[in-house]
Design a protein around this ligand. Sequence first.
Ligand code: SF4
Length: 486
Amino acid sequence: MRRVGRREGIVCGILGIWGRSEVAADLMLGLTTLQHRGQDAAGALTFDGAFHVKIGRGLVSRVFEDRHLERLRGTWGLGHVRYATMGSTDVEDAQPVHVNYPYGLAMVHNGNVVNFAELRERLYTEHHRLVDTSNDVALILYAFAAELERRDLRSLTVDDLFSCVDATQRAIHGAYAVICLIAGRGLLAFSDPHGIRPLALGVRETPAGPEYALASETTCLDYLGFRLEGDVSAGEAVFIDAGGAVHRHRGLRQKPAFCVFEYIYFAREDSVLRGRVVAAERERMGRALADAVRRAGLRPDVVIDVPASGFLFAASLAEALGVPFRRGLAKNHHIGRSFILPTDEERQRMVRLKLNPIRGILEGRRVAVVDDSIVRGTTSRRLVELLRSAGAKEVYVVSAAPPVVSPCVYGIDMSTTGEIIAANRTVDDVCRMIGADAVVYQELSILRALYGDLPCCDACFSGEYPTGVDRDALEGIRREKEDAGR
Ligand code: SF4
């Protein structure tokens, strides 16, 4: 079979609404609240007896105009925002995707299929279906459609539907949260057996009866006026049928392993993930950093954040240390992530375009600068230069996350092992490479203790992948990055 250029899975924002009146406006608004999860492309699909689709590159506000709202008719809909993985900005990879048979199926997903090539081959040999795309969600859609086709479509029951989900989960390895609109039948959502990616269910009372929404983050439900009903947990499937009845199915559940990086960086601070408010988690992590800073024998005069993701960590670290917290870096909020930055040089330049040091705060001081994490070290190196250029006497780089040592195979674009600065290096090596006076990381054992009662995936810090990942898969990621021109 011809080799399809494989683009890695991606962190995205997904939304599905089962409504009783037109949903297009809510889809648009909802997608803007998920915009932080993807700024490269946006798409929406609605159903009113036929599918209506609008997909485009860029921010939600750029993709959708008033005329699209009028065209996107229907009371059920799906929405998607896509993260700008470098080298992959084609609209062809954007979502929702749909097929006309069986029933008419449309799908959005967030995550990454690890066994893409194997599954694609199986779909061809066993189901005679050519998946001529590099898009993970198309593969999941075809795998699910192939299972549906085996059932009696004239008398499909909810149990049949859930058995199709079970079979799809058995076939797909990786991390995924999926919402599928089944034309005329209802809205189906399911998660991978470890529940690595977030997905929440909300309900909204209306005079005509309850309406339902499924979204990557609860902040989206809040804005749209949906009350949180709960997460779609590890392996779980939820189906809202055409009459509005909600069916839940335990599905293929393995040891839960929710992505801890959602708490550290990806999710919005006002979201509630697995019952925990993200802001509170960040504050706990920030306070926990104080011990590490003391153990390193550091006495900063001021703590500053790398805006905006370092803010809550920095503020709570400063409070725990009894040191002033100040804004030492001003941020230009009008430069988005939509810039495509394939080289290290360009990434460094971007730091300078985004951040400007505030001399009056920094001059003559020992500065602890707090970031959510250190991945390549590119940003940290440039930050240290910036802070020194503004007169900082000493610069301590503090990472709210432990050292990133392994790539994420579940959809977060964080480089290959060769690009990760802490892979196979000591903290002193990292400190030297970024030119800081000291580097302090969160300890993995402390992070694990913080979420001890909530089993999480921390593979990028520990190398322990919940689904098991062999060398071939990691090598595959490296090749895909190369193919993508990174
Ligand atoms: S490897 Fe890291 S980023 Fe990827 S899912 Fe696990 S915790 Fe999240």
